[in-house]
Design a protein around this ligand. Structure first.
Ligand SMILES: [Zn+2]
Length: 215
């Protein structure tokens, strides 16, 4: 049980593919195309490449980074199912870089389980302003209360959306209808279903993921 604390699943059963949020906008090419002689910059970015995490049953449950995946493998929590044709070198060893790993012990993942946070809302909305539909880096997005707090709008999955500063300013303390803005889609809680959509999106860059993403 102790080793599980190192996973992206926390003690309350929430799980957070923090890497997915960083990878989505402006992501780089596939890691497989990288050469073996990595300079430190490329090595650092390689270590941030997304790795698909499977449950012991082969069900995809998460996306993590190469760095974390390799730690899980070294700790004996997970094993590699698919590898990149790339190695990273530590002082004494060359390690092949995983693309898909699988947990050795089954882990129960609750169906609706994700923490309400700025990071997760941006991830759900794919860093896209839900009013003008443009994609922004996280630093240029804020969270908008669709029904303003001053009107009793809550901080909830259904009432918070990613929003660029420009749209946020023009909306002000009004509802979208009053401001003449239209929501791209109705905001929903971030569920495992949403996670799988994200996994498929990221998985398009890596054919090694595809056979695991039929869920
Ligand atoms: Zn906008």
């Amino acid at each position: 049980m102790g080793a599980n604390r190192h996973m992206s699943v926390d003690s309350r059963g929430r799980y957070t593919p923090e890497v997915a949020g960083e990878v989505m906008p402006g992501s780089e090419g596939p890691a497989g195309s990288r050469s073996h002689n990595l300079n430190s910059t490329r090595r650092a970015s390689l270590m941030q490449e997304p790795v698909l995490v499977l449950n012991a049953t082969f069900e995809p449950i998460n996306v993590t980074a190469v760095r974390r995946a390799m730690v899980l493998m070294l700790k004996g929590v997970a094993q590699a199912e698919e590898m990149h044709n790339t190695e990273v070198h530590s002082a004494a060893h060359a390690h092949r870089v995983p693309s898909v790993i699988r947990l050795l012990a089954y882990r129960h993942i609750p169906q609706q389980s994700r923490a309400l946070s700025r990071k997760n809302i941006l991830l759900r909305d794919r860093n896209t302003c839900q009013f003008c539909m443009r994609v922004f880096p996280s630093s240029e997005l804020t969270l908008d209360h669709v029904v303003p707090r001053s009107r009793g709008g809550r901080s909830s999955w259904e009432n918070l959306v990613a929003c660029c500063y420009r749209c946020n300013n023009s909306k002000g303390d009004r509802t979208p209808e009053e401001a003449g803005l239209k929501l791209a889609r109705r905001p929903r809680p971030f569920t495992l279903h949403t996670s799988r959509q994200l996994m498929r999106l990221i998985g398009h860059r890596d054919e090694r993921w595809r056979k695991y993403l039929f869920y």
